[in-house]
Design a protein around this ligand. Structure first.
Ligand SMILES: [Zn+2]
Ligand SMILES: [Zn+2]
Length: 171
């Protein structure tokens, strides 16, 4: 996604674009074979680019959907995410030292590729843990049934491990 600095006039440039899911590369959380998080849409990207002197400001958002298992009951949860994009680009020569601020980057020449930054924002917006509902009861640790839908007898049958030792004692 290239922004050409000399094309940005006083009204700025509005970028509205769609990228399919293949566009998102090198996000380990979404890589193939990972059972956890799955992309279920492409990316709707809506950005406003403005220029003040030679500083370029990019703001807007990216919309996409994922599917991930509930961390307690493993049921699939669908999520719509909409990370914000807020980036300021300054020409390389005007800043002497390295800037650690993620939202503040430099560019060289007239063309700026902002894809990497947007991919980063997408990666950071992925939830670390997903739950289907806040009060999800999860799965029974003994028999594995979904305690949101069914009840089991495991809890009442469980033997206190200290008592189990006594049971095996030969007197
Ligand atoms: Zn759940
Ligand atoms: Zn059970």
């Amino acid at each position: 996604m290239i922004v050409r600095v000399s094309d940005i006039n006083e009204n700025g440039v509005h970028i509205e674009t769609f990228e399919n899911s293949e566009w998102l590369v090198n996000v380990p959380e979404l890589s193939k074979g990972d059972r956890n998080t799955k992309l279920t849409s492409g990316f709707d990207i809506d950005l406003q680019v403005n220029k003040v002197l030679r500083e370029v400001a990019v703001s807007g958002n990216v919309q996409f959907s994922i599917e991930a298992p509930c961390s307690r009951c493993l049921q699939t949860v669908k999520l719509d995410l909409k990370p914000e994009v807020n980036l300021v680009l300054t020409p390389k020569e005007s800043t002497g030292e390295e800037d650690d601020d993620l939202n503040h980057e430099t560019y060289v020449g007239d063309e700026v590729d902002i894809s990497g930054y947007i991919r980063e924002q997408i990666a950071m917006s992925l939830p670390f843990k997903v739950v289907c509902t806040e009060d999800c009861k999860g799965l029974c640790s003994s028999c594995g049934i979904n305690l949101n839908n069914e009840n089991c007898e495991c809890e009442s049958q469980r033997i206190d491990p200290r008592l189990a030792v006594l049971k095996n004692l030969k007197i």
